[in-house]
Ligand binder design. Sequence first.
Ligand code: ADP
Ligand code: MG
Length: 367
Amino acid sequence: MSETPRSAVGGRRSGVGPHGPKGNRTSEAGEEKPERRTPNPDSPLLSVSHLTTGFDLDGRFVPAVIDVSFDVAAGETLCLVGESGSGKSLTALSIMRLIQAPGRIASGQIRFKGRNLLALAEREMQLVRGAEIGLVFQEPMTALNPVFTIGNQIEETLRIHGRATRATARQKAIDLLATVAVPEPERRVREYPHQLSGGLRQRALIALALACGPAFLIADEPTTALDATIQAQILELLRDLQRRLGLALLLITHDLGVVAEMADRVAVMYAGRIVEQAPVEPLFADPKHPYTRGLMASSPKGEPGARLKAIQGTVPALGSLPSGCAFAPRCPDRFEPCSTAPPRPTDLGRGRSVACYLHETATKARI
Ligand code: ADP
Ligand code: MG
């Protein structure tokens, strides 16, 4: 069972690196759009503000996502990038309100289409999950149920959300598999997850996430478990779906090549905080935060598949963050204020912000 690249999604590789981010992605007129409410164009589709999530451990709250704020506009791709353990997945799980005890969201707001998700009753939140926000994980085998066919799982989702009846669900499931370029969807719909290759399973999972026509998709390291060729195909599929369906995408990755290829904007995360945010081109052209600069310097030309190589030192452990900037112990540019308190994000204009004393106006005035 080999992975079959499909011309519908496989033919448009721009082959860009960090210095030439992805090309034009205007939506094509006349293409089918899933049913959904149109968000107010003046407000972002998703707005996360001052989110803090952590764990109650031994009677102490240990934060793992700290004062995180970012927006995602309708139709755009925000890449959340950072080393393993920086809090990316917990940020995604917080948005979906899927944090398990002893974890909890301690403070902040998560507004989606103007509604504060943290204030919704669990029943209302269940309707948001899947129907309004789709989630794709790194490892599709854990997200798909091994004892049900792919078709059963998609049909179940469609029926739960009232998007299909017993009579129409099978055909809709087949159509969804075709949308994500699964070859022979009439046959695959009757297969179990273990009968599919890794790439096809990830496509099936994306079909499941898109079943109810969400406006927003969160993809947490969706290609990390796949080999390079299949990874490129899945990224191409995501871009194609985004263009055709007008999806907004929060794409989580530790891979700068993926960022260069996919992002409109980038949020760089370190030890639970967003240390820099910027549109993708200026970020690669002129990274401001020493951590971002380190990442760029240690990534071989942003080739997809290239991992973040070690910057000297290691990410501090949860619960033992330094009192100042968490990156200071590894930072080549650290100076006296860095050990005092974590730097606040400074707005640099043109959609850029950085949390670093090198760029804080008040600090600059002092030095
Ligand atoms: P990332 O996705 O960026 O690799 P995560 O969001 O998964 O990082 O994790 C952030 C931090 O929270 C890590 O230090 C991780 O060890 C910690 N963490 C995640 N889940 C738990 C848990 N259930 N209990 C305690 N710590 C956790
Ligand atoms: Mg993760």
